[in-house]
Design a protein around this ligand. Structure first.
Ligand code: NAP
Length: 266
């Protein structure tokens, strides 16, 4: 056992959010460490998360989260393999478990995860998939770590392309809807600033309604759709225009791109 419980490799957006989430969840600062190659980012992190050891290189720890960009996966993982860290949790998009396990070596258990950006505000959802040497204990560990920034679900690696296409890229689909609503409001005669504010606040508020534990989008939609009313007119136009088929096409495109990226390699 090392004195550092968790090393986060890459203190950027996701790595930094994870450290803040873990501290908020009650982890002691001295149980955490960050390896970050960018000196400016290191200084910013030191100010943001006092008490957490921030250095340029990996240190020994009970486990590590790999949160660097996929393009630098190999050097970051090779450096990590030189530190004594028995379990890795990678959040890098498109880097397969087989490649991670090859870099890690036979003594390391690897879990691969796909988070999404609402993790930055503690409202993420992350799917985790076990590598060949990861069992129940490693999955529980991964869920504990990622649970600090939102919900966690378990999948197998073959599902990760579809997960990426639904929840990984999904926040952008909702932002696109907010953009389109603002543009439509402007076209309907509203001041641009007002249209943007109405659209943004509506999407954010609807998201909060959906965040309830038993929330069901279909039931929530039914609640605001009275027969012969305005919402029904709009929903009818969406259905006739093929919104569902379009969303399916978009999700398939994202999943296909995720598969292709994994084959291209970082
Ligand atoms: N954002 C999302 O929605 C999302 C969703 C799912 C998965 N992910 C994954 O999350 C990962 C992190 O994304 P991010 O947006 O947090 O990236 P980011 O902000 O660029 O953070 C990565 C940080 O790691 C540093 N770094 C580079 N090489 C390193 C090394 N060898 N050792 C230690 N630190 C190193 C980078 O420094 P430099 O800038 O100098 O390179 C940067 O500060 C990515 O792999 C991405 O695929 C993101």
């Amino acid at each position: 056992m090392s004195s550092v419980r968790l090393l986060v490799v890459g203190g950027g957006n996701m790595g930094g959010a994870l450290v803040r989430g873990l501290l908020a969840a009650g982890w002691a600062p001295d149980a955490l460490a960050v390896a970050e190659t960018d000196a400016g980012r290191r200084r910013a992190l030191e100010a943001l998360v006092p008490g957490v050891a921030v250095g340029a290189a990996p240190v020994a720890a009970d486990g590590a989260v790999v949160a660097v960009k996929p393009q630098v996966a190999e050097p970051a993982c090779r450096a990590l393999a030189n530190a004594a860290v028995p379990r890795w949790l990678s959040i890098m998009a498109g880097v397969p478990l087989a490649r991670l396990e090859a870099w890690a070596g036979p003594a390391v258990a690897v879990v691969r995860a796909m988070p999404n950006t609402p993790a930055l505000v503690g409202a993420g959802i992350t799917a985790v998939a076990p590598g060949t040497r990861a069992g129940e204990a490693e999955l529980a560990w991964a869920a504990e770590v990622l649970g600090a920034v939102g919900e966690v679900v378990r999948v197998t690696e073959e599902d990760l392309d579809a997960v990426t296409a639904v929840s990984g890229s999904g926040p952008a689909y909702v932002f696109l809807l907010a953009e389109a609503m603002a543009e439509a409001g402007e076209a309907a005669g509203l001041e641009p600033e007002l249209a943007r504010r109405l659209a943004r606040s509506t999407v954010a508020g609807a998201g909060r309604l959906l965040a309830g534990p038993e929330a069901d989008p279909r039931a929530l939609r039914a609640q605001v759709t009275s027969p012969g009313g305005t919402t029904e007119a709009a929903v009818g136009a969406f259905e006739e225009g093929g919104l569902r088929a379009l969303v399916a096409t978009a999700v398939q495109a994202a999943a296909a791109r995720s598969r292709a990226l994994a084959n291209e390699g970082p």
